[in-house]
Each structure stands twice: as structure tokens, then as C-alpha cells.
Design a protein around this ligand. Structure first.
Ligand SMILES: NC(=O)c1ccc[n+]([C@@H]2O[C@H](COP(=O)([O-])OP(=O)(O)OC[C@H]3O[C@@H](n4cnc5c(N)ncnc54)[C@H](OP(=O)(O)O)[C@@H]3O)[C@@H](O)[C@H]2O)c1
Length: 317
């Protein structure tokens, strides 16, 4: 099969298209014919050599969508079944989705029912599931106002679309470092785009719910914009800082909550299919902003990693 193999850390050019043996099933694992996969920020970190537990050579890719090609669980995962998979060591401890086939543990292959195209479905697993779970951790159902910090990211833009479907009355502010992205943010349902400048969001407003995707770099500032009894959910680290020096916990407002979300701990087949149903019922546009073929996976990563990037980038092998 063709696969994108990384043999040493580096820039996009470290991702090499190679011919490698198609993996064979083993007990507890099944083979998925990959029809698409999304590009994730964490894979760019790994490519750069910033994931010390990942040993090279490796086929990266923490998610994929496709069909079961060979199975060790014919009852639950029959050949031809449409499936998605995310996390669980995929593309890190074992080879992942950047390939024509992926050999995956049965326990993390989730059958799905959906009418979405492969390109649309490929944009969904890690990105939309993370946005979906984070919104519930931030109690989106009862929020009157939501701030998405890092709103132009794949997860951020997905969160804006899903939030309006779950709670149509919620007013959404979304932050970006670039005012040039305001129009695109408005187009996907963000009521008030705001500039994030030097780690401070340029608004005086306070919010019932906050999704923090920029991470440790801006968390204290986000908590200063949280309403009493509000919920702030920490999801990402776009700001590339992982700890907070001299953190003052009393920045959390009275009755407010600081929580987090980790997709690897939360995904189940039932929750994933509930989210797909929400997407279909509300005709949420999950089309990726850019698509590439397998041979151009390096370009797909580069596209996500440039200043104008917006939304989800997908590869269709
Ligand atoms: N907890 C989980 O389970 C989970 C799951 C998936 C992803 N994540 C995390 O969620 C975050 C978003 O992931 P993604 O794949 O959706 O990201 P992405 O699409 O790659 O994000 C791209 C956006 O990041 C922003 N950005 C880039 N560098 C930045 C910096 N130094 N400071 C602030 N913003 C910066 C840019 O926004 P502007 O230029 O418009 O400001 C850009 O539009 C990542 O940190 C990822 O690791 C967590």
C-alpha cells in the first residue's frame, strides 16, 4: 500500500510517500481501508519532533474514516462497514491514518451511520467530536454567551457551528489574532469576532461558557472573562505554552468552574453517532476548507500551518 512515512523529525518534507507492506490482521485488530483523514495540529507537533514518546519511523495520523477491509470481529465490524477511528495511540504508539490502510484495535473502531460524503466525514472525527464534548463540558445547553478562544482552528470553527445547533439562542464570540479572518468567522455563525492580542482578548464582555484552545498562554485572561458560575473548558495548546507560572487560582470567578476535555478518554460509538445525527438534523456544513490527495499530505500539513489557515484540512487517499 501507499503510506506517508516519517523517518526523522523535520518540516513538511519529512513526510515521505512510500510503498510499504499492507498490514495483516492479528487477534483483536482489524484492517480499515482509509477513505479520508483530517490533519491535526498535534500531528504537526509530532512531525517537528515535539512528541518525545513517538518513535520514528512511523505512519502518523490520529484519526481516519473508511471501511472495514479485513476483520477479526465479523459481528460488530463486518467487511464493508463504514467506520471512524480516533486516538488510542493511533499514529503515535502504532501506525495511524496517513495511509491507504490502517490496522487498528477493534475497541477503537466505531461503526457509523451517516449520509455524509467521505470528505465531509473525514473532517469530523477528532475535530467535531472534541468540539462537541467540550461544549457539553462547558454546559452549552444553558449558556447565553460563549467565547471560543482560537476560533479559526478546526476545533474552534466546529465548536461555533455545533454550539448554534445545540443552543440556537447562544451568542458566540470567537477570537483570532488576525482581523482579516473576521468575515470568515461571521460566515460560520460567530456573532462577534474579537482580536486576541498579546494573550489578551480585546473585549470587556464576560461569558457563561469559554472554550480555551490557545491554552496555558491565555487561560488566565480567559478566566478573567468568565461569568460567576460560568464554565471554562481547556482543550488545546495553540499558544505553544504548557504551564502557567504564578497561577492565581482565585482568578476563577465565584462558583465558576475550570474543566478540560480529552477526546481519547471520551469517545464512544453511541456518543459519536449522536453527534453525527445532530450534524445531519441541523444540516451543519462540515465540508473541509481544503482537501488534498495522499501524495500531497505534506502540503496539507503546510496549509494548516500558515497564517491564513482557517477550519479543517482533509486528505482523501
Ligand atoms: N483535548 C483534545 O482532545 C483535543 C483534540 C483535538 C485538538 N486539540 C487541540 O486543540 C487545538 C486546536 O486544534 P486544531 O487541530 O483544530 O488546530 P488548527 O486547525 O491547526 O489551528 C489553526 C489555528 O491556530 C491558531 N494559532 C496558530 N498558532 C497560534 C499561536 N501561537 N497562538 C494562538 N493561536 C495560534 C491560528 O489562529 P489565528 O491565526 O486565527 O489566531 C490558526 O487558525 C490544538 O491545540 C490541539 O492540540 C485537543
Amino acid at each position: 500500500m501507499k503510506a506517508i512515512v516519517i523517518e526523522h523529525a523535520g518540516g513538511p518534507e519529512a513526510l515521505q510517500l512510500k510503498e510499504v507492506p499492507t498490514p495483516q490482521v492479528k487477534p483483536g485488530w482489524s484492517l480499515v481501508k482509509v477513505k479520508g483523514f483530517g490533519i491535526n495540529r498535534s500531528e504537526i507537533f509530532t512531525r517537528n519532533g515535539e512528541s518525545p514518546t513517538v518513535k520514528f519511523p512511523r505512519i502518523l495520523g490520529i484519526e481516519c474514516v473508511g471501511e472495514v477491509a479485513d476483520t477479526t470481529d465479523a459481528a460488530h465490524l463486518p467487511v464493508g462497514q463504514k467506520v471512524v477511528s480516533i486516538m488510542g495511540g493511533m499514529g503515535r504508539a502504532f501506525d495511524g491514518g496517513y495511509a491507504e490502510y490502517a490496522l487498528l484495535p477493534n475497541k477503537q473502531i466505531y461503526p457509523v451511520t451517516t449520509k455524509l460524503s467521505w470528505a465531509e466525514l473525514a473532517a469530523v472525527p477528532e475535530t467535531y467530536f472534541t468540539a462537541y464534548g467540550s461544549l457539553f463540558n462547558a454546559h452549552i445547553q444553558t449558556a447565553k454567551t460563549l467565547l471560543v478562544r482560537g476560533a479559526t482552528s478546526g476545533v474552534g470553527s466546529a465548536a461555533i457551528k455545533l454550539a448554534k445547533a445545540i443552543n440556537p439562542a447562544v451568542k458566540i464570540a470567537g477570537s483570532t489574532r488576525s482581523e482579516a479572518k473576521f468575515a470568515e468567522l461571521k460566515q460560520i455563525g460567530c456573532d462577534e469576532p474579537v482580536v486576541d492580542s498579546d494573550g489578551a482578548v480585546q473585549t470587556a464582555a464576560h461569558f457563561d461558557a469559554i472554550l480555551e484552545l490557545v491554552g496555558a498562554k491565555t487561560l488566565t485572561n480567559s478566566l478573567q472573562h468568565l461569568q460567576p458560575r460560568g464554565y471554562c473548558c481547556l482543550i488545546g495548546g495553540l499558544g505553544d505554552e504548557w504551564t502557567i507560572k504564578d497561577f492565581d487560582p482565585f482568578v476563577i470567578p465565584s462558583g465558576g468552574s475550570l474543566t478540560s476535555f480529552g477526546s481519547g478518554f471520551e469517545v464512544t460509538e453511541a456518543k459519536f453517532n449522536d453527534m453525527l445525527q445532530l450534524i445531519e438534523d441541523h444540516h451543519i456544513d462540515v465540508k473541509p476548507t481544503k482537501t488534498f490527495d495522499l501524495a500531497h499530505t505534506a502540503d496539507a500539513q503546510a496549509a494548516l500551518d500558515q497564517p491564513g489557515s482557517f477550519g479543517k484540512v482533509v486528505v482523501l487517499p
